[in-house]
Design a protein around this ligand. Structure first.
Ligand code: NAI
Ligand code: OAA
Length: 257
């Protein structure tokens, strides 16, 4: 497939290498205006140049980029894969994306990101789900630049501290670079306002640990993952980038798991 990428950060770089190794081509990369000076054939700064020659677009650039570019991409009939799922916690953004997808006859594909067990959760949600809790735990460095830094002295932390407790909607909106997983859990399960979230900075860990506890008619489950972060960004787990590659494999395969 001819792919257009949004962003050139840690996830985009991983995805770009992995999709090309699988025989796809990256024919345009949308970057912020002002950063297109080198290789203008590849790096573009408008959606129309991104979509001109592509069959599928992948967003790895965060909430603002999905909000800003997503509707135009979908409305012109191109499918869009995104890892910036937390943007859908803003109902206005979610509605704009859904109506553009309908208008263009395209689909917005949500990559599962740094978490697993969403298949289990979404199946369980077709019965009655009683309670879903998500706990996100990262080393202090992973919370730098987020509102956690206003509450905690992250560089000097000696014990694990919970810096956020609330709904998945609040978490996703307040932590756009750190709580996309909360949004994925919400979308698969009880929704943004019924999913309870705790976010923790923990100096005793070196990986990003994500946990889901769910209860309902299906029974009960507990899921935990300790994800390695990407070398270029301590905030982002490698699995988030891998989930984008896996989504692309599903889209291009005749048999879908
Ligand atoms: N679903 C999940 O589990 C996860 C989702 N994410 C989301 O993915 C995003 C990207 O993560 P990383 O690659 O690690 O971050 P990064 O900071 O390494 O890269 C972000 C890239 O996007 C670009 N960018 C930002 N806004 C843009 C815009 N309006 N137009 C064009 N380019 C723009 C930046 O210049 C940079 O190249 C995060 O902000 C987060 O929202 C991150 C980790 C896990
Ligand atoms: O990459 C991770 O471990 C999780 C993350 O940043 C997010 O949920 O936005």
């Amino acid at each position: 497939m001819r792919i257009g990428l949004i962003g050139k950060g840690a996830i985009a770089q991983y995805v770009s290498n992995a999709v090309q190794a699988r025989g796809h081509s990256v024919c345009a990369v949308l970057v912020r205006s002002g950063s297109v000076s080198q290789n203008p054939e590849l790096f573009v700064d408008s959606v129309s140049n991104l979509t001109a020659n592509t069959e599928l677009v992948i967003d790895c650039a965060g909430h603002r980029a999905l909000e800003e570019y997503g509707p135009q991409i979908l409305a012109c009939g191109l499918d869009l894969v995104t890892v910036s799922i937390g943007a859908l916690a803003d109902q206005r953004v979610a509605d704009a994306l859904a109506s553009a997808a309908r208008e263009g006859g395209a689909k917005l594909h949500l990559a599962s990101g740094a978490i697993g067990a969403l298949d289990c959760l979404s199946a369980a949600a077709t019965g009655k789900l009683e309670k879903v809790t998500y706990v996100g735990r990262k080393p202090p460095l992973g919370w730098m630049g987020s509102p956690a830094a206003d509450k905690l002295h992250l560089e000097a932390l000696t014990i694990a501290e919970t810096h956020f407790k609330g709904t998945a909607r609040e978490a996703a909106l307040r932590f756009p670079k750190n709580a996309n997983v909360a949004a994925a859990v919400a979308l698969a399960g009880l929704g943004f306002d019924q999913t309870q979230v705790r976010l923790i900075a923990d100096p005793s860990i070196t990986r990003n640990i994500h946990e889901i506890e769910a209860e309902g008619d299906f029974g009960q489950f507990h899921f935990q993952i300790s994800g390695n972060s990407l070398p270029d960004n301590p905030r982002s787990s490698a699995l988030a980038a891998m989930s984008v590659v896996s989504k692309l494999e599903q889209i291009s395969s005749p048999v879908v798991l």
